[in-house]
Design a protein around this ligand. Structure first.
Ligand code: ADP
Ligand code: MG
Length: 207
């Protein structure tokens, strides 16, 4: 059975789709069989996958009422199943979390994003699914990491060591159905994605 990773965050615009797309391409480049499941009504992952038209990334069509069984069958045929989830708490989100090996909550270093973590943390705990928080769109010269840790309080032990900077390459590449490392292989963005992929692999191996 492949691993199912759901990207969730109550607050919109945290970077779920951006991070998911980057990791999908990174895992596919490692030879992993990757499936994408878009449960977000905004359907931005579906649009990106349509632009990309990549035989190595299987876009699985799913519907709310059969999401859980779709995730299970996708995990039988793929090594990693990446799920873009609806932002707000819902029975659909609960179903996705219940099937998942890991939940990743992208979070910008702002109070509003950090406070929004609590809802996804509670939902993940209800489904007994491990959660990791990824700091995304971290501005350069950030002195705010310490403030973020303080704001996260006891949740700071859920924070991944890797983070993604606030870089135009992350957003612009998606418009072309690509990802930042494909546009510039030797870039800080590419290093960040590679470090993040390796860290999540290690979390999965330990779980
Ligand atoms: N690391 C990043 N650097 C720059 N822009 C980013 C980054 N991550 C996300 N964005 C931008 O932030 C916005 C929200 O990201 P998106 O992935 O659509 O969030 P979500 O799927 O959680 O709603 C988009 O315009 C995206 O291009
Ligand atoms: Mg999205």
């Amino acid at each position: 059975m492949g691993q199912i990773i759901t990207f969730a965050q109550q607050k919109g615009g945290a970077g779920k789709t951006t991070v998911l797309a980057h990791l999908a391409v990174a895992w596919a480049a490692e030879g992993r069989r990757v499936a994408l499941v878009d449960l977000d009504p905004q359907r931005s992952l579906t649009r990106w996958a349509g632009l990309r038209d990549d035989p190595d990334l299987a876009l699985i069509d799913s519907r709310d009422y059969r999401a859980a069984s779709d995730l299970r069958s996708a995990s039988r045929a793929h090594d990693v199943v990446l799920v873009d989830s609806p932002g707000a708490a819902s029975t659909l989100l609960d179903a996705a979390l219940r099937e998942s090996t890991l939940v990743i909550a992208p979070c910008q270093p702002s109070a509003l994003d950090i406070w929004a973590i609590e809802s996804i943390r509670a939902a993940a705990e209800r489904q007994r699914t491990p959660l990791r928080i990824l700091l995304n769109r971290v501005p350069p010269r950030t002195t705010s990491i310490q403030e973020v840790l303080a704001a996260l309080g006891p949740r700071s032990d859920l924070l991944l060591d890797s983070c993604l900077g606030n870089r135009v390459a992350f957003s612009q590449s998606l418009l072309q159905g690509r990802t930042a490392p494909e546009i510039s292989r030797r870039s800080i963005a590419a290093e960040e994605v590679s470090a993040l992929r390796a860290e999540i692999d290690a979390v999965l191996a330990a779980s």
